[in-house]
Design a binder for this molecule. Structure first.
Ligand code: AP5
Ligand code: MG
Length: 217
């Protein structure tokens, strides 16, 4: 069984999972494992995996459970995750993936599933203004002043808009969240692993809410 801190961040697209995981990963010294970041890296590298998923990601669809489960199984088998644990961001996203995660990490191995709760109307604005560092995944919000070129404050990488942050793709992802991912709330609630966190507030406030739950576990 995996040792260390084992946390899943749930929440609809734009609820701040990625933003919080970057901070939590530094705070607890635990690997931040984002399936979205892994898939986008594969697309950038133009690997066979990247070529097979590029269209699905761009349109806001979901990559197949089998493919994503194998990707996560391999990643969680690496030494850092086995020793330090993991912060999972964007996985699981279907009940089938959640069942597979229990199989991979060991039944009862998750310390907590944090559900970041942010209303749909609010995430639309956040996603349209989102810019991300291509290299380290840090998140930024675009303001009225256009910054071009824009380099990351943390690592100096290029800060760009994600290909799937178009209105059509955002809406498709949010619709899929309601049908495919929302049932996970019941799945984890039934086994007393679910901790809803109000995701409305400053990133600092949300971070405090999450760490107070993790520290108490
Ligand atoms: P993924 O990369 O996981 O994208 P997503 O699900 O669309 O989620 P987001 O990254 O958009 O949301 P987030 O919660 O991380 O928000 P963020 O912190 O950036 O997946 C991409 C694609 O890959 C999927 O569509 C699918 O095709 C595929 N995929 C991935 N995993 C899969 C799986 N398991 N199964 C099948 N397919 C899979 O925040 C958003 C913005 O808000 C940022 O600009 C940020 O700066 C800002 N912000 C954050 N917090 C706050 C705050 N407190 N107040 C104000 N603004 C804030
Ligand atoms: Mg994200």
């Amino acid at each position: 069984m995996t040792k260390g801190t084992r946390i899943v961040l749930l929440g609809r697209q734009g609820s701040g999972k990625g933003t919080q995981c970057v901070r939590l990963s530094r705070h607890y010294v635990v690997p931040h494992i984002s399936t979205g970041d892994m898939l986008r890296a594969a697309v950038r590298e133009d690997s066979p995996l990247g070529r097979s998923v590029a269209e699905v990601i761009g349109s806001g669809g979901l990559v197949s459970d089998d493919l994503i489960v194998e990707l996560v199984r391999e990643r969680l088998g690496k030494a850092d995750a086995r020793r330090r644990g993991f912060l999972l961001d964007g996985f699981p996203r279907t009940v089938a993936q959640a069942v597979a995660l229990d199989d991979i990490s060991g039944d009862g191995a998750l310390n907590a599933v944090i559900d970041l709760v942010v209303p749909r109307e609010m995430v639309l604005d956040r996603l349209s203004a989102r810019r991300v560092c291509r290299d380290c995944g840090a998140n930024y919000q675009a303001g009225p002043v256009v910054r071009s070129p824009w380099t990351c404050d943390t690592c100096g990488g290029d800060v760009v808009q994600r290909d799937d942050d178009t209105p059509e793709s955002i809406n498709r992802r949010l619709d899929l969240y309601e049908t495919q991912t929302a049932p996970l709330i019941e799945f984890y609630g039934a086994t007393n692993r679910l901790f809803p966190v109000d995701g409305v507030g400053t990133p600092d406030q949300v971070f405090e809410r999450i760490t107070s739950i993790i520290d108490a576990r």
